[in-house]
Design a protein around this ligand. Structure first.
Ligand code: GLC
Length: 437
């Protein structure tokens, strides 16, 4: 790790170049109130803004261009839903009209944005950016918007009032094509061309959302609906509510208002403990996503369970089990390149193909941060090193093969090489640099 730390300037430049190389074209930039960074510009696949990508971009920018980090975050609220039942929602994609993205406009039947969300990380990153470049004026301006976002989750995504928010489409999880959703989408180990069928199903599901007016309560009971309370999604949200409490404190809100966010975060943690965690005979922690109105626990094992560390949703003993499994001999997550998002013993594991077991650096970052929250500094540092080594070997790929460290593939074609969010390795490096000096 010392080697990477002593090369901080090199890493900072590489990350800055990768992010800046993905700024929208000048004619798009002139239409924007705040600049944002495309996930990947080459070949034009990822030109609009994606929500949690922008969160990760801001976490990286804060180290060398904190003004840009603030812009990236402020841009997230431009298309926050202003009225109607979904008021407060932050869309998972935006800026369709600026990019003439007719396909997305048609799919989501909206000129500017999608009708879905993605994991709630924005308060966490805003606080981190504020630590680098304090801007109480911006914090004050975005605070009610962040609060409205979290209120929206409670109002629209928790129809059974169990404090666990539901997603109504795999895209909302950020783990688009993962085996986690196979069963709900009718995919089995015998399905020919599962990737194509999965894509078809995801597109079809958007139509279903319109039929149900994106109403989670209705989707929860619908035969053709997708309704899942994912453990990692909720763990991230708990951490975001904590950060929101911290922002409220920072801008001088009353204690009662601050405490209310913490109570909500705690409620999520309790619900995760009560409903989502089991330990099997081999002392392997199983974390379940809950599916449908009857909350079936049928999710396959995945690296999403390690994200519970990020939300501080496990007790010390459970955290030790997770630590053991990440690093243990014979662990199905302890691949030559880490961390495989699906364990290698999953029957449909495919380290090359999109979300079927690849390494994704933003997921590594969530786990890295979680390990540090439990003071597993050595393991966190090791993971940061693994992540930097991967980039050194293969570049800022969108995702990597955990078996050979090579660039992954999407529908058998290589995935993008200069993916903005893979620069999140800089934030991991910065944290290690600070603790190791
Ligand atoms: C893919 C990923 C999603 C990400 C988006 C943009 O759809 O699955 O998590 O936000 O690409 O990078």
């Amino acid at each position: 790790m010392q080697y990477h730390i002593s090369n901080w300037n090199h890493w900072e430049k590489r990350c800055a170049d990768a992010l800046r190389g993905n700024l929208p074209d000048p004619e798009v930039l002139t239409k924007l109130k705040f600049r944002y960074t495309c996930p990947a510009k080459k070949d034009g696949i990822y030109l609009p803004r994606w929500k949690w990508d922008s969160d990760f971009h801001a976490a990286t920018y804060r180290h060398f261009d904190p003004e840009m980090a603030w812009e990236e975050l402020q841009g997230l609220f431009v298309h926050q839903v202003a009225e109607g039942p979904d008021a407060g929602m932050l869309p998972h994609m935006a800026y369709f009209s600026e990019n003439d993205d007719v396909n997305s406009q048609n799919l989501f039947r909206h000129p500017h944005r999608s009708i879905l969300t993605q994991p709630a990380l924005t308060a966490i990153v805003a606080l981190a950016v504020h630590q680098k470049l304090p801007r109480p004026d911006i914090l004050k301006a975005i605070y009610p918007k962040l609060a409205a976002y979290h209120d929206w989750f409670d109002r629209r995504r928790d129809p059974d009032n169990d404090r666990l928010a539901a997603i109504i489409h795999p895209w909302e999880s950020g783990w688009d094509a993962s085996q986690r959703w196979d069963q709900m989408l009718g995919i089995t180990k015998d399905t020919p061309n599962p990737m194509e069928l999965l894509l078809h199903k995801r597109v079809e599901l958007v139509g279903t959302l319109f039929e149900h007016h994106c109403d989670a309560e209705s989707l929860m009971h619908a035969e053709d609906g997708f309704y899942v309370e994912p453990a990692d999604f909720n763990a991230i949200r708990a951490a975001d509510l904590d950060a929101l409490a911290e922002i409220a404190r920072e801008i001088g809100k009353e204690q009662e208002e601050i405490d209310a966010f913490r109570t909500r975060a705690e409620g999520i943690r309790q619900a995760i403990q009560e409903k989502m965690i089991t330990v099997n005979g081999e002392n392997r922690l199983h974390v379940h996503d809950l599916v449908g109105a009857d909350e079936q626990k049928n999710s396959p094992d995945s690296a999403s369970k390690f994200v519970l560390l990020f939300g501080q949703c496990v007790n010390q003993e459970q955290a030790e089990l997770l630590r053991g499994e990440l690093n243990g001999n014979g662990s199905f997550f302890n691949t030559p390149y880490r961390i495989a998002t699906m364990p290698t013993d999953n029957r449909l594991f495919d380290g090359r193909e999109y979300w079927r077991g690849n390494v994704w650096l933003p997921i590594n970052w969530l786990i890295f941060t979680g390990l540090r929250r439990y003071r597993f500094f050595k393991e966190a540092e090791e993971l940061a090193k693994n992540s930097l080594d991967l980039v050194e070997r293969s570049g800022f790929c969108e995702f990597f093969n955990p078996i050979n460290g090579k660039r992954g593939q999407k529908f058998q074609k290589p995935c993008p090489q200069n993916q903005s969010w893979s620069t999140i390795v800089l934030d991991m490096l910065a944290e290690c640099k600070e603790s190791l000096g």
